[in-house]
Design a protein around this ligand. Structure first.
Ligand code: NDP
Length: 328
């Protein structure tokens, strides 16, 4: 019987290290009226999954982690008229994608265009739309401007470097290893700083002749934030969008005055795809860049779903570049 069927998932029963992610079986999800069930072909691994697993971001326990996936619609609720069984779809920012099936509000699903595979769609949703909103909306980069992009060989990093480069901006990138430096250069970074070996503040000031950069896109947080403020031009923007090295401690706004009337924002993808229109437009823009060859994905590793622990260890251990996927 269909409704007695069970599916494989990864489950977190208590927050903690990678070991708290256990393989489990759950009943197949059923859609509410406005939802659809998707048979997942690929699920994206993102740093935010680590924050949820650790308890930095809260979810009711037990939960199935994962915020991104792509696959084929297998069942629709009575009012979910925007999709039908058999449609290829992708989504992000709905918890529960480390699984064989996910139940997703139909209005959060976007169609995957022809020419884009399920794996590519899963790889592009969260990190691609993040790179897009940062470079086009948070601080809309212009030709000739200069951006400092940290962790430039990471999932978001490689996409953000390409988008900034395509706009015609000068990109100064930071990475931890020579191998990552090559990737950042390949994506369009004009200059790359090994911030584990040299002081990126000194280097960035030197590279900009003391002027400073127009924007810092900082996902590293704790270890880079303070120095990042020092390399901004007056009235430049710090777009702090993550904390891979840890959270930035409490901060006195007067610092922004002292360092040159700076702007500070701490954006989140959710606020940039809040409406159906914006979700469809932004995902469409990213898929369009992929289809035209302007945006190249680097899917570094596809792990079986059962190896989610390994994927997390490698991601938080700074061992990865580009995108990691779980295949159920
Ligand atoms: P990445 O692939 O970028 O992995 C994280 C990278 O951060 C590492 O590879 C490493 O690069 C760098 N890093 C620097 N210090 C540390 C440290 N102490 N521990 C671990 N990594 C470190 O991951 P994602 O692309 O998935 O995410 C990047 C960041 O962007 C995360 O902070 C995430 O939370 C954030 N994010 C925010 C969004 C938003 O809307 N606000 C949406 C999507 C992502 P290196 O070795 O070169 O230093």
């Amino acid at each position: 019987m269909w409704h007695n069927r069970r599916m494989k998932v990864i489950q977190v029963k208590q927050v903690g290290g990678p070991e708290v992610m256990e393989a489990a079986e759950l009943p197949m999800p059923r859609p509410k009226a406005d939802e659809a069930v998707v048979k997942i072909s690929a699920s994206g691994v993102n740093f935010i999954d680590i924050y949820f697993r650790e308890g930095r971001y809260k979810a009711a326990l037990p939960f199935v982690p994962g915020q991104e996936g792509a696959g084929t619609v297998s069942e629709v609720g009575a009012e979910a008229t925007s999709v039908k069984v058999g449609d290829r779809v992708a989504w992000t920012s709905v918890l529960g994608s480390y699984a064989e099936y996910a139940v997703v509000p139909a209005e959060r699903l976007v169609p995957i265009p022809q020419g884009v595979s399920d794996a590519e769609a899963a790889a592009a949703m969260l990190q691609g739309m993040t790179a897009h909103y940062l470079s086009h909306d948070t601080y809309p980069l212009k030709k000739g401007e200069t951006a400092l992009i940290h962790a430039a060989a990471g999932g978001v990093g490689l996409l953000l470097v390409q988008m900034a480069h395509n706009i015609g901006a000068r990109v100064i990138a930071t990475v931890s290893t020579e191998e990552k430096a090559k990737l950042a250069r390949g994506a369009g970074a004009g200059e790359v700083i090994l911030y584990t070996q040299s002081d990126f503040e000194v280097e960035t000031k030197r590279l900009t002749g003391g002027r400073g950069v127009d924007v810092v896109y900082d996902s590293v947080g704790k270890t880079t934030f303070d120095k990042g403020l020092n390399v901004l031009r007056p009235r430049g923007m710090m777009a702090l969008f993550g904390g891979s090295s840890g959270a930035v401690p409490p901060f006195d706004p007067i610092t922004l005055t002292q360092k040159g009337s700076l702007f500070l924002t701490r954006p989140s993808l959710g606020n940039y795809i809040a409406t159906r229109e914006e979700l469809v437009a932004r995902s469409g823009a990213v898929f369009g860049m992929m289809a035209s060859g302007k945006l190249k994905l680097r899917i570094e590793h596809k792990y079986p779903l059962s190896e989610a622990q390994r994927a997390h260890r490698e991601l938080e251990g700074r061992k990865t570049t580009g995108k990691l996927l779980l295949i159920p």
